[in-house]
Ligand binder design. Structure first.
Ligand code: NAP
Ligand code: 3JN
Length: 339
């Protein structure tokens, strides 16, 4: 296939996120002249469809990036740590979905609706934040800009697709096991996930928080360029396949009414307000799944603090939370003549 466009590689193309990256490149008609699909040796022999062609998956090796202009990575932090600099040295712009480079001061951490200009200062690698961070900052940035935010308390309700394709299979298999009276088999998670939930995402750290919780704290501070904003996160895994939900309480610098917040969010890029209580109108994972919007509802005063607001935010964790955000960064670079 020879089309006008860029030579693009997707690293981790056979995974939950990588697969969707290929789909999102196609859906958004991103200009691709040649697509290289990379994964482990286990995937040799597999193919993926792209614009009507079947493309063979290749094994990721050090020479994989010759001639590549854009490399989208989603094969985990270890692979990104080793191969993103190799791809960048070969001349590619890397957009990395892992935790490997997010907090490196030389690497921009970008959500196009929130801090697009940061992307322009890259030196070969740009990082995508964690999915839970992305949807939170998309929803909060318009409020942050209008009235300032001093403090955030967030509890997440995260879908199993955030853990990858094997976790999706684990939930499906456990649901069948339980419904058919068998014991649920656990392989990925520390507890049964079917008909259950647990406040445990990533390893626990010495401060008692999980790694996922501290990602939300540190990444939000970096994206907002605000080292002082106070944040407390609790991240919870729930038996949903696609769509992370977040209950968010904020303390703003200046007072703001729920009506004004609805108006600000209605005008914000990438945000859809669904807040119609009389018709059970609020976001749910099943309405976010398969879309690229960040859905916000249940916007109300939090009377427990001065200038308090509470809201409920839902997005498709592997679309806006990962694949779509990465492709949007590439589109942003292209539109600014930086790709
Ligand atoms: P997944 O479904 O388990 O897929 C993992 C992918 O990595 C597969 O394509 C796999 O290839 C590939 N891979 C594994 N080991 C490899 C190796 N040694 N060499 C080359 N490729 C290798 O996981 P996922 O859910 O797509 O997530 C992948 C990564 O994306 C995560 O580890 C995380 O860093 C990132 N992620 C980010 C977010 C976010 O919040 N922005 C959300 C989810 C995931 P095989 O099929 O050949 O094994
Ligand atoms: O669990 C989720 O819902 C999101 C998971 C993200 C994730 C999973 C494994 C490794 C990450 C991430 O994006 O932070 C990583 C990682 O790159 O460290």
């Amino acid at each position: 296939m020879e089309l006008n466009g860029l030579k693009v590689a997707v690293v981790g193309a056979t995974g939950a996120v990588g697969n969707l990256m290929v789909k999102v490149l196609e859906e958004r008609a991103f200009p691709v002249s040649r697509l290289t699909l990379l994964a482990s040796a286990r995937s040799i022999g597999k193919t993926l469809g792209f614009h009507g062609s079947e493309i063979a998956v290749e094994e990721l090796v050090e020479d994989s990036f010759e001639g590549i202009q854009l490399a989208l990575f989603s094969a985990g932090g270890g692979i990104s740590k080793k191969f993103a600099p190799i791809a960048a040295r070969a001349g590619a712009v890397v957009i990395d979905n892992s935790n490997a480079w997010r907090m490196d001061p030389k690497v921009p951490l970008v959500v196009p609706e929130v801090n697009p200009d940061a992307a322009l200062s890259h030196s070969g690698i740009i990082a995508n934040p964690n999915c839970s961070t992305i949807q939170m900052v998309v929803a909060l940035k318009p409020i942050y800009d209008a009235v300032g935010i001093r403090r955030i308390v967030v509890t997440t309700f995260q879908a199993v697709s955030g853990t990858g394709k094997r976790a999706i299979e684990e939930l499906r298999a456990q649901v069948l096991d339980v419904m058919q009276g068998r014991e649920a088999v656990r392989q990925i998670y520390p507890h049964q996930i079917a008909f259950n939930c647990f406040p445990h995402i990533g390893p626990f750290l010495e401060n008692g928080f999980s790694e996922e919780e501290m990602k939300m704290v540190n990444e939000t501070r970096k994206v907002f360029e605000d080292a002082k904003i106070r944040i407390c996160a609790t991240t919870v895994r729930i038996p949903v396949i696609y769509g992370h939900s977040e209950s968010i309480n904020i303390e703003t610098e200046k007072p703001v009414s729920p009506e004004e917040v609805r108006r600000l969010l209605d005008a914000a890029p990438g945000v859809r307000v669904i807040d119609d209580l009389s018709n059970a109108g609020y976001p749910v994972p099943l309405s976010a799944a398969g879309t690229d919007d960040t859905l916000v509802g249940r916007i109300r005063i939090d009377p427990s603090v001065e200038n308090g607001l509470a809201m409920w935010v839902v997005a498709d964790n592997i679309r806006k939370g990962a694949a779509t955000n990465a492709v949007q960064i590439a589109e942003l670079l292209l539109s600014r003549g930086r790709l």
